[in-house]
Ligand binder design. Structure first.
Ligand SMILES: N[C@@H](CCC(=O)N[C@@H](CS)C(=O)NCC(=O)O)C(=O)O
Length: 217
């Protein structure tokens, strides 16, 4: 992979900073030692014809490289992992993929649902009715995940691409204490977030938001 550019939003409100899914891609690139450039689309420009030609749904991330363009954070992280033995060990390829899908398809939906409810619909009457069962759904996933991590530092033993996706998914509920209720999971997230590649990816994403901060009217 050469001449890599990663598209993210030029700026997002503070509650979303550090959660936007280009973070996963930046982190995987950092782990793989692949240099990249940041590219930005404004939230209001995401549905323009020009940007829709890059992403069919007007979303981020998009990764562009000499090999072409890719969308979907899971597919992008997978493509990067295929260039880096540590992120997708040859003998554990299918197991890694299976945990990557678990992060995105099994764990992310209930956590994302709670994030949207709490950050975008806060105070709306329906939230008071729906939230308790949404929290139960999250806790059920967290409890099962915590059991899977019993005796392991990472999902497959060593750190892989699956941990990049799972950690970024668990961050979606950082505004709650739910992960902290599961000490093994809490330690797992902290262990993954302590990696230098994560710190660099987060620092660079945040630096872009500072650079692109809208000027107050
Ligand atoms: N399944 C997609 C989801 C991408 C996604 O939801 N991106 C958010 C930012 S984290 C976005 O672009 N939202 C804008 C919108 O929903 O219009 C992926 O994993 O890449």
């Amino acid at each position: 992979m050469k001449d890599i550019a990663v598209w993210g939003f030029s700026w997002v409100p503070p509650f979303a900073q550090g959660l936007v899914r280009d973070l996963r891609v930046r982190w995987a690139l950092e782990e793989a030692g692949l240099a990249y450039q940041s590219r930005w689309v404004g939230i209001e420009e995401r549905n323009s014809d020009a940007y829709r030609r890059k992403h069919p749904f007007g979303m981020v991330p998009v990764l562009e490289s000499a090999d072409g363009a890719l969308t979907e954070s899971g597919a992008i992280v997978c493509a990067i992992a295929e260039q880096c033995e540590a992120l997708m060990p040859a003998g554990q390829r299918l197991e890694t993929l299976s945990w990557m899908f678990a992060a995105l398809n099994t764990v992310e939906p209930p956590l994302w649902n709670l994030l949207v409810m709490d950050q975008q619909h806060q105070g709306e009457a329906w939230v008071a009715l729906r939230r308790p069962s949404a929290v139960d759904e999250v806790k059920a996933r967290l409890a099962a995940l915590s059991e899977c991590l019993d005796g392991r530092d990472h999902l497959l033993g060593g750190f892989t691409a699956a941990d990049i996706l799972m950690t970024t998914v668990l961050r979606f509920i950082r505004h709650t204490d739910l992960v902290a209720e599961f000490p093994r999971l809490d330690a797992y997230v902290k262990r993954c977030e302590a990696r230098p590649a994560f710190r660099s990816a987060l620092r660079d994403q945040m630096a872009d938001y500072v650079r692109n901060e809208p000027v107050a009217a």
